[in-house]
Design a protein around this ligand. Structure first.
Ligand SMILES: [Zn+2]
Length: 274
């Protein structure tokens, strides 16, 4: 009887110790995650970036795959291809980012509106993309920026708050050092975004959709966060062709596809491309 009593006392104790050991890894992870979040709050990072930062930063160290983020970006639109791009994005339930110019015509006005109403991010990309006038001097750059902003805001009812430099932020098409234009955006509180993956749709000889998709996915290999540059121009018909394979490939590779918002850190060397 005495032995049975002893077993009855010891058995629950063993069970408790075993359970505690089994769950301690999870508890450790939760605690690490929590402390990482606290640090981020102290550093003043926004709430929307917090979870991703915590996951990417903390869980990688513990061997659990980090969150991989992919941003699909379309420059130079809207165009006759915008609707097809939007249809494909809708079919996959994916949100993207459109860095737009000032395009005239009722059809284009509807396209600005559709970009916004379907939940994509709309950003600015200069009024007319003419390098010599956009980058003539600081006054020209600011005037162009404000025209672009006013035009798009009037067209879709939303004032864009992000920018992509035509040709990129350290482009070779501006005679002046682009830091003076970067300063203007900084003074306006407008973040700008370059890219670190390019699908190859800016070349004169149009590549097939298969070739563009292969370029995109090859460019993503080994990168945790990818900002993918594509073009939304009338002649770039194969970009939309490539989109399903790009989205499916990114998903297979473990990327979460997100639209750019101001919580995404502004361009860093990681996102840079010459
Ligand atoms: Zn462009």
């Amino acid at each position: 009887m005495r032995l049975l009593g002893l077993i009855l006392v010891i058995l629950p104790l063993f069970t408790f110790i075993f359970k505690y050991e089994a769950s301690s890894d999870e508890a450790y992870l939760s605690e690490m995650l929590l402390s990482s979040r606290t640090e981020n709050i102290v550093n003043g990072e926004s709430a929307s970036d917090l979870n991703i930062t915590a996951l990417a930063g903390t869980l990688t160290q513990t061997g659990i795959p980090a969150v991989k983020r992919a941003y699909l970006t379309f420059d130079d639109g809207p165009s006759v291809n915008t609707d097809r791009i939007l249809d494909i994005l809708k079919m996959y339930g994916v949100k993207a980012t459109f860095f737009v110019n000032n395009k005239k015509g009722d059809e284009n006005i509807l396209r600005y509106q559709r970009i916004v109403s379907e939940g994509h991010t709309i950003g600015l990309h200069s009024s007319d993309h003419v390098y010599r006038s956009v980058y003539k001097d600081e006054q020209s750059f600011l005037t162009d920026y404000l025209n672009n902003q006013a035009y798009v805001a009037a067209a879709c009812g939303v004032t864009p708050v992000i920018y992509r430099f035509p040709g990129g932020s350290d482009n070779l098409v501006s005679k002046k050092d682009t830091s003076c234009y970067i300063n203007i955006l900084n003074s306006l509180g407008i973040p700008y975004y370059d890219w670190n993956v390019y699908v190859g749709d800016a070349v004169k000889n149009i590549l097939s959709g298969e070739a563009l998709a292969a370029n995109a996915l090859a460019g993503c290999a080994g990168k945790n966060d990818v900002m993918i540059l594509m073009h939304d121009l009338p002649e770039k018909t194969t970009t939309a062709d490539a989109l399903p394979a790009i989205i499916e490939g990114l998903t297979r590779m473990g990327y979460v596809i997100l639209p750019v918002d101001t919580a995404v850190p502004s361009t860093t060397p990681v996102f840079h491309f010459k």
